[in-house]
Design a protein around this ligand. Structure first.
Ligand SMILES: Cc1cc2nc3c(=O)[nH]c(=O)nc-3n(C[C@H](O)[C@H](O)[C@H](O)COP(=O)(O)OP(=O)(O)OC[C@H]3O[C@@H](n4cnc5c(N)ncnc54)[C@H](O)[C@@H]3O)c2cc1C
Length: 380
């Protein structure tokens, strides 16, 4: 580690890598610090949303092609939702997307940063605290080392340390949702290219997902709002669903869970918040940018990493590291993804108020014309 960096990106997930890749032509001295060493696992559904690829195209067309051609993937064309009244409906995606285990996907991004940029990669090193100064930020690490940096990018996920310095409190992130996931082999009835979502009568407003993976296994998980999860054991609930729910249990007769059932929090978008401070920008989960309806955040993390890089370049070009100037970043993020997140939030509120609205949606969806209209109106 050097004594000084222009930019220190804390976290090497999609937000951090998106930022580092976007800075490849900036001539700034950049480092990514991550408490883990890559390849590292990340508890996730492993569904990589379409906008991620579009942002990569903007950063570099060849990297966009490389990301699409990445070997460890199962292409996804359809999402199929099963609702409490027994009906189902499918949405066919126009945008390209795939499922890929995060241990491989995130490592691919990290290797791209390593090969194609001059970013210093500081792995196995945990940021402990920041000390804000007018001319620099002093970064202190758990191993006792320190460095001075011009700007800090908080891409350190759901339990962000950096976030505390934007919100000026000592609390870690309040995750509004929690979920568990397992890798499962031998699940019968998996459909190629189709991600399945189950809204089950006794488990609303949570849902179970079944996402097929390249090797014939599946990423299967169950998530719910935090208020509910406080009194329930998500792991037990997950196992009960796959063993006992009539609509799917028969598919698990010969199935085997590989490894542990792991859980993690999801900082869902709930409202526009401050995601920048003096010499600090927050990206991805640290900025609570997960879509509250579907739970996807990789696309938002990558997009906000890209937009943070644009703001970093502006700050250095104009030598302006003020709070006011950094706030342009908030605007650019919410201009890019704010209306989509707000719409999802409204749909979640509607479902929470009256969970069986999903039944109504599925009933209407049986008519193709009405369904197409609904998808257009809800901008799904
Ligand atoms: C169960 C579950 C299922 C999900 N399913 C999907 C899905 O299918 N599709 C989707 O798009 N999204 C999904 N999400 C959300 C998605 O995982 C996140 O939105 C995404 O990982 C955010 O990326 P990020 O780069 O902001 O953070 P992360 O991917 O969490 O990366 C943060 C990095 O920061 C590092 N770090 C943390 N603290 C420190 C520190 N103090 N010092 C140094 N390094 C640090 C971590 O080691 C990590 O590598 C799911 C989430 C969960 C929990």
């Amino acid at each position: 580690m050097k004594e000084f960096y222009d930019v220190l990106i804390v976290g090497g997930g999609p937000a951090g890598c998106g930022c580092a890749l976007s800075l490849h032509e900036s001539n700034l001295q950049v480092a990514i610090v991550d408490k883990e060493s890559f390849p590292r696992d990340k508890v996730c559904g492993d569904a990589i949303p379409g906008p991620t690829f579009k942002v990569m195209d903007k950063i570099n067309k060849n990297w966009g092609v490389a990301l699409r051609n990445f070997a460890d993937k199962e292409d996804v064309k359809t999402s199929r939702a099963f609702v409490p009244n027994g009906q189902s409906f499918s949405i066919h995606w126009k945008e390209y997307s795939y499922n890929s285990k995060r241990i491989h996907f995130d490592n691919f991004l990290m290797q791209l940063v390593r090969k194609e940029t001059n970013t210093d990669l500081l792995e196995g090193k945990r940021l402990k605290e920041l000390e804000m100064n007018s001319d620099f930020v002093l970064c202190k690490f758990s191993d006792g080392s320190i460095c001075k940096v011009g700007m800090v990018i908080g891409a350190d996920g759901a339990n962000s340390v950096v976030k505390r310095y934007v919100e000026h409190d000592n609390k870690t992130n309040e995750n509004s949702c929690a979920a568990v996931r397992a890798y499962v082999e031998g699940v019968s009835g998996l459909q190629e290219g189709t991600n399945e979502f189950y809204y089950l009568k006794n488990y609303l407003p949570g849902y179970l997902w079944i996402f097929p993976l390249k090797d014939g296994a599946a990423n299967i998980g169950f998530g719910m709002e935090m208020k509910k999860t406080k009194s329930v054991n998500l792991r037990e609930m997950f196992l009960k669903i796959i063993q006992e729910e009539p609509i799917i249990s028969s598919r698990f007769k010969n199935a085997k869970i590989v490894g542990e059932v792991k859980g993690f929090g999801l900082p869902m978008f709930s409202k526009k918040r401050k995601i920048s401070g003096q010499r600090v920008l927050l990206c991805g989960d640290a900025a609570s940018l997960i879509d509250p309806l579907m739970g996807h955040g990789i696309d938002k993390a990558f997009t906000s990493g890209y937009l943070a890089a644009k703001q970093i370049e502006l700050c250095f070009k104009n030598n302006d590291f003020s709070l006011e100037y950094a706030a342009l970043y908030d605007q650019s993020v919410y201009n890019a993804v704010g209306s989509e997140l707000k719409r999802s939030k409204q749909l979640v509120q509607l479902i929470n108020k009256s969970p069986f609205v999903i039944n109504l949606f599925a009933k209407l969806a049986q008519n193709k014309k009405v369904f197409n209209w609904l998808v257009k109106v809800a901008k799904i």
